[in-house]
Design a protein around this ligand. Structure first.
Ligand code: AMP
Length: 115
């Protein structure tokens, strides 16, 4: 497993507010939330730093991250009001932690285009 901050959260070396876990995916609240609901979903096993590093073999994992975020949004009551899933890639994409993650944001109207 990688040695990013998120690797440490997976290994329980640093605390996080974990709201979802199965064999493949960990979900925890963002420490600097940008919406009433802001959860990060990360792969637990494959060391995938960015979306750019993903290949065809990662397609099931990427799909699972999105479906997990959608199921969690529904379970929190945001299916009808809506939500946003964001995946930042590299410098200009605004990525700061190089362990691939999907942001789930919900609970307020989200503007477009993003900043
Ligand atoms: P990104 O900028 O897309 O790489 O997103 C990284 C996210 O990780 C940011 O939204 C940070 O607020 C969040 N973050 C950084 N450290 C922690 C932490 N210890 N626990 C939870 N979220 C964190």
């Amino acid at each position: 497993m990688d040695d990013t901050l998120f690797g440490k959260i997976i290994r329980r070396e640093i605390p996080a507010d974990i709201v979802f876990e199965d064999d493949d995916v960990l979900g925890f609240r963002d420490i600097n939330p940008q919406a009433p609901l802001h959860v990060l979903f990360i792969p637990k096993r494959q060391p995938l730093p960015t979306l750019d590093a993903a290949s065809e073999a990662d397609a099931p994992l990427l799909g699972k991250l999105l479906l997990t975020a959608a199921a969690f949004a529904r379970s929190e009551g945001y299916a009808d009001s809506g939500y946003r899933c964001v995946l930042n890639c590299n410098r200009d994409g605004g990525q700061t932690v190089y362990h691939l993650h999907v942001h789930l944001l919900a609970g307020r109207p989200l503007h477009w285009p993003p900043g």
